[in-house]
Design a binder for this molecule. Structure first.
Ligand code: GLN
Length: 447
């Protein structure tokens, strides 16, 4: 704990944490030390972790990187966090993130941007940017982020670490503030596959507080990490030739394919015919879900309330106008629009149908292949304030991560070298429904 606390102090300038639980972590360490001596310690005894500022932790603040939750305190602890604590992991702090997990650069936070430890003026990716940097700069061993459309995988890629989005429903979302409920997944950022596997194993499984969580047995991921034999791998040529794909990311990905081929694995070059539709579908559905999820922040029940209001309606309006940041407002407007009476069928219903097509097409690939391998993101970590002018440029960062999110499939980002500026490159592996065990085994083989 002292080691991590000292790293947290040394790296304050990276702005990765919004709260540090120094005294609590030291006290927990003492208690756990005694348990270790008595032989009663849990399976994660001494594992120091952080959580993204979207997770409830009883008696502690929760702000989702937003002004609108100023002063809010959680009344219960998220299931995934509680399960780690029950196994004697030690929670050391909360991570900065994009407001309500909306963003790809961690620049949309009321706490200010997070800085990538690999480069002074570089973003860490988002929205779990603080979580990625906390692991990258050794401020904790493991961090719990959330991944709706890439928010664990893309920052993991930008920071040169491992980032897992499990299958939708593998881990309970109870206590995770909702962004887009049919996409949101609890995700893990770590340095190694072993740490990722053990953390997943402990957090996963049924929970009476989340009706969408899977009740199937949780495999002993951490004990079953080994890969043998040849894999059948699919890759998409229209991704490799995509105009937004950075040349260095492209060559690192091609080299990974060539290496796998040399090792005897089968690499099939397919095309993904719905590539042009993944981002519009993702942004229509997630903004629709977000607009309803965020309607609860009305100045009455949670956090911030404007003092400029003179009646009930102006209290709602002013609290929301002053409390939400620009990106969140834009998405609420867009989501409200696609759900409005005259446009519902043209946008929301249509996007749901396209989501099904994307899922079916992706699932079909797994009838004949073990994995899909593609770059995690089209670029490496870009400079701060460089993508602010054009929102579409920012949304393009998610083009390779949203497919697995739309299909609900498990996917992982692994380090795959660096570009000429020393910025990490990530490679993404997607597996079939609930095949995290196979995904982790192959990932271990790859890294
Ligand atoms: N960058 C994507 C978005 O802004 C993904 C966010 C996420 O996964 N939470 O929606």
């Amino acid at each position: 704990v002292n080691h991590y606390i000292s790293n947290i102090h040394k790296n304050k300038n990276l702005n990765a944490l919004t709260a540090v639980y120094e005294a609590e972590a030291l006290a927990a360490a003492k208690t756990i030390q005694a348990k270790i001596e008595a032989g009663t310690a849990g399976r994660l005894a001494g594992m120091v972790f952080t959580i993204k500022d979207v997770y409830c932790h009883e008696g502690h603040t929760l702000q989702c990187g937003s002004k609108i939750l100023e002063g809010f305190e959680s009344q219960f602890t998220a299931t995934c966090v509680q399960r780690l604590l029950d196994e004697d992991a030690i929670l050391i702090g909360r991570n900065n993130c994009d407001e309500f997990a909306m963003g790809s650069s961690n620049e949309n936070s009321v706490f200010g941007p997070v800085i990538n430890a690999a480069g002074e003026n570089r973003v860490p990716g988002g929205s779990s940017g603080g979580s990625a940097v906390a692991v990258q700069a050794d401020m904790c061993l493991v961090s719990i982020g959330s991944d709706t459309g890439g928010s664990v995988r893309q920052p993991a890629a930008y920071c040169g670490i491992v980032g897992l989005k499990p299958n939708y429903g593998r881990i309970s979302r109870h206590g995770l503030s909702a962004y887009a409920s049919s996409f949101d997944c609890v995700g893990i950022l770590a340095n190694t596959i072993e740490d990722t596997a053990l953390t997943l194993e402990i957090m996963a499984g049924s929970d009476e507080y989340d009706t969408t969580v899977s009740h199937s047995d949780v495999p002993a991921y951490s004990k079953n990490i080994h890969w043998e034999g040849n894999a059948k791998i699919a890759c998409f040529d229209n991704i490799l030739s995509h105009e937004g794909l950075d040349e260095e990311v492209k060559s690192a990905t091609s080299e990974a394919y060539a290496k796998l081929k040399n090792q005897g694995h089968g690499i099939d070059h397919l095309g993904f015919q719905y590539l042009d539709y993944v981002l519009p579908t993702y942004y229509i559905l997630t903004t629709a879900e977000a607009s309803t999820n965020l309607s609860r922040y009305d100045g009455v029940r949670y956090g911030y309330r404007s003092d400029k209001a003179h009646d009930l309606e102006s209290m709602y309006k002013k609290s929301r106008s002053e409390g939400f940041g620009d990106e969140v407002k834009k998405r609420i407007l867009l989501g409200t629009y696609v759900l409005s009476e005259g446009f519902y069928d043209a946008y929301f219903t249509k996007a749901q149908k396209v989501r099904r097509l994307i899922r079916d097409e992706t699932k079909k690939i797994f009838e004949t292949h073990d994995f899909i391998i593609l770059p995690t993101a089209p670029t490496t970590a870009f400079e701060l304030n460089s993508h602010n002018r054009d929102p579409l440029e920012m949304y393009l960062e998610d083009i390779f991560t949203v497919q697995a999110s739309l299909a609900g499939l498990p996917a992982i980002s692994l380090p795959n070298g660096k570009d000429k500026n020393g910025m990490p490159i990530g490679i993404q592996v997607i597996a079939n429904t609930f095949e995290e065990e196979k995904l982790l085994s192959f990932s271990k083989y790859l890294v």
